[in-house]
Design a protein around this ligand. Structure first.
Ligand code: FDA
Length: 304
């Protein structure tokens, strides 16, 4: 119930306008993002690098009102890529198709995604948003992948369709980041119960790792903080004879930080995604929905 309420709040424009004005809400976001500026995220990337943890950065923001805004996002990321190169960081970018203009057509988003891929040798990750965008996101991913090898895609285990989508993508030898999925989706298209989402995650992990062992997946990344999923991925990889360097774990800044360090110390490839930007409200609500106990942290900021 609380999860549903928080996911509803994540899409409510009035709340998105009003809540971020409260200082205690803003203070509470510190739990999940080091700051609103690119520089804040890159400073965190430097700290992570010192712990042998790679990073990915993402500027928060979702649906846009105009293509000028999409051009602004493109310019921002082009500048970020230069800054990353200048600092010599192993930091990738992760972008939302709607931020690149997907609501104005797949061509618009695809063109900007291609421009980002052309500007860097490192991988450009495409986030997966709500289910209404999956077909168009797969479409732009395929198109851009034909021209640029350095594009990766996020897939969500809660969607019934994902095993078929993954199977259809394997011919492209794609880099795939597997996650459970963070949006409010109806039971007609997504598993409503966590055990089913987890089971699907493990099955997809198996497909990805098997494909990796046959050279059909460029980079399998498991984007999860769930110790059980991490354990299963390691177990399957071990069974298939894949060593630690051939798959990765992705986690979010501020969540399970001790586990991030433990995995890195154990020789696993770990990449932490660091978010920044002023349009953090919907994203922040989704983080609260993933673990409603986080609301206590918000409440503490109110009194603290
Ligand atoms: P689960 O939610 O089952 O949590 C397992 C444990 O992890 C919890 O018991 C708790 O200890 C900890 N935990 C998880 N979330 C927490 C939180 N918010 N606060 C505190 N503790 C928490 N989704 C999507 O739809 N599209 C996308 O593109 C991406 N991209 C993405 C990239 C990366 C690198 C990650 C790690 C995640 C995403 N996600 C995403 C989000 C993803 O779909 C999912 O909502 C979250 O990762 C939470 O699911 P877990 O697998 O962590 O497990």
């Amino acid at each position: 119930m609380l999860r549903d309420a928080l996911l509803w709040a994540s899409t409510n424009p009035t709340l998105a306008h009003k809540l971020p004005r409260y200082r205690f809400v803003k203070r509470a976001t510190k739990r999940f993002m080091p700051g609103e500026e690119l520089g804040d995220a890159l400073e965190e990337a430097e700290k992570l690098a010192a712990l042998d943890i790679a990073s990915a950065i993402t500027q928060l923001g979702e649906n846009l009102n105009s293509l000028n805004e999409a051009d602004g996002v493109l310019d921002h990321y082009l500048g970020a890529l230069q800054e990353i190169e200048g600092r010599g960081l192993d930091t990738e970018i992760s972008v939302k198709p709607t931020q690149l203009g997907l609501d104005f057509g797949a061509d618009e988003a695809g063109r900007r995604l291609a421009a980002l891929c052309a500007a860097t040798e490192s991988l450009v990750w495409v986030d997966m948003e709500g289910s209404a965008y999956v077909d168009a996101t797969l479409d732009i991913f395929r198109r851009v992948k034909e021209e640029h090898g350095n594009v990766g895609l996020c897939l969500q285990s809660y969607l019934y369709r994902t095993p078929d989508d993954l199977e259809a993508l394997l011919d492209l030898e794609p880099a795939i980041r597997l996650v459970k999925g963070a949006y409010a989706e109806p039971a007609s298209i997504a598993f409503p119960r966590k055990p089913d989402v987890d089971r699907s995650f493990v099955q997809l992990a198996h497909t990805l790792l098997r494909a990796r062992s046959r050279g059909r997946v460029g980079r399998p990344v498991f984007g999860t903080h769930d110790p059980q999923m991490i354990g299963e991925a390691n177990r399957i990889a071990h069974e298939l004879g894949l060593d630690k360097g051939r798959y990765e774990f992705g986690m979010l800044f501020g969540i399970q930080s001790a586990e991030q360090r433990r995995l890195a110390r154990a020789g696993h490839a770990v990449r932490v995604q660091v978010s920044y930007g002023s349009a953090w409200f919907p994203w922040y609500m989704r983080r609260l929905a993933e673990r409603p106990a986080n609301l206590w942290f918000v409440a503490k900021q109110l009194v603290g």
